[in-house]
Design a protein around this ligand. Sequence first.
Ligand SMILES: Cc1cc2nc3c(=O)[nH]c(=O)nc-3n(C[C@H](O)[C@H](O)[C@H](O)COP(=O)(O)OP(=O)(O)OC[C@H]3O[C@@H](n4cnc5c(N)ncnc54)[C@H](O)[C@@H]3O)c2cc1C
Length: 423
Amino acid sequence: MPSTLKTKIEFDIIIVGAGPAGCTTAYQLSGKGLKIALIDKDVFPRDKICGDGLSPDVINQLNRINPALAENFQKLPQKKGWSGVRFFAPNYKHIDISFKKKTQSASPAFVSKRMDFDYFFFKQVQDAPDIHLFQGHKITAIERLENEIIVTSDQQIFSGKVILGADGANSIVNRKLTDTKLEKHHHCAGVRQYYSGVEEFPHDGIELHYYTDILPGYFWIFALPNGQANVGLGMLSSEISKRRVNLKEKLKDIIENHPNIKDRFANAKPMEKIQGFGLPVGSRKVACSGDRFLLLGDAASLIDPLTGEGIGNAIRSGRIAANHLLEAFAKNRFDAAFNKQYDKEIYRKMWTELRISTYIQRMLRYPKTLSFLINKAADNRSMQVLLTSMLNDIDLKKELRKPSFYSSLFFNQSKKQKDSISQ
Ligand SMILES: Cc1cc2nc3c(=O)[nH]c(=O)nc-3n(C[C@H](O)[C@H](O)[C@H](O)COP(=O)(O)OP(=O)(O)OC[C@H]3O[C@@H](n4cnc5c(N)ncnc54)[C@H](O)[C@@H]3O)c2cc1C
């Protein structure tokens, strides 16, 4: 142990990672009399490689944590609203799917750089009672003893009754405390590059482009404020390996040569080098807890396998973890058997959606099927629901559980059915 390390500081809860998952739990447990360490290797504001898409589910989750939090978010200037998606099929045809706006002025969803969104969230917990922040502390070792967890950063030793792994896709908490291994069939890779000056389509939405050689995956353009755009590409890791795809080269190739895309980048300028990061997707169940630990968000593989969205589920898992910990401290129980309730609750709340997304992801990997479905969507209401559900709208995902949805997928619907589906 390096002699420069300070003496051990004792906490009730050690949260590793101050992204959306970690900040949610810290926010929810603040003021409850528990001494909490919130530790991050970076200093905020910090970047996180992401599409920066905040779906309606994210806004809903903020509201569920605290309506005041959602209201504060509405005041954040660094965001751009969107109210729908333009889907491009492998045969280049497209369809627009829109959300119904709750009010004329309020957008149901946003694009906001993680540099801004995560900093917004971080500031909400920065001065909250009971939260002790440690920025620029990279956790390098975790030791589980009978009655405590010892966590070591490059500068400090921490002790806690329980540790939360909210430390993202490469979670050290997951690596040290579980046997879960990365499986390429349940993992995606994504690359992102910020641009300025991309010619926008005249529609109020984000764009997802499903082209033959990148299935199962998609290319995206998400418009940001100030004429900037988040441009990227994500694909299933097993297919990347099998087909030896170089994602960074593929992104460049689409931007420079794709007939649907290249003209829109004629006057555009990249603002950074292309950067990549992993997405552990929720197409399988993994261990989310054990003796004295819980895993949250990406560390628990909760990213939607179809859309690549993980912020909503990261927040959702943070809320579940906070409730679980209140019970754990009330009962003084931190053992694996007790923590199993956390896993149960995680999958009770999320597995149906994750399973449906996995199923659709597998179905949509065939270009002909996808082109057929998107063409069909132009006059088939159920297909529009299917595509809209990719945005993770909870009400619409409920539609996918109904047998009537599947029976009407390949047939145009009756007026009665059409009216029964609410967007
Ligand atoms: C290319 C790409 C595009 C994506 N696009 C979208 C999108 O548009 N919309 C969406 O909803 N989701 C998207 N996602 C997924 C989304 O980024 C994640 O699901 C989300 O960030 C998960 O939040 P989290 O809090 O679990 O982890 P993170 O946001 O990754 O936060 C983890 C935190 O832990 C810290 N940390 C890590 N290791 C350590 C350590 N050893 N010691 C201390 N601190 C540590 C990190 O610095 C970080 O701040 C995308 C992901 C990728 C890769």
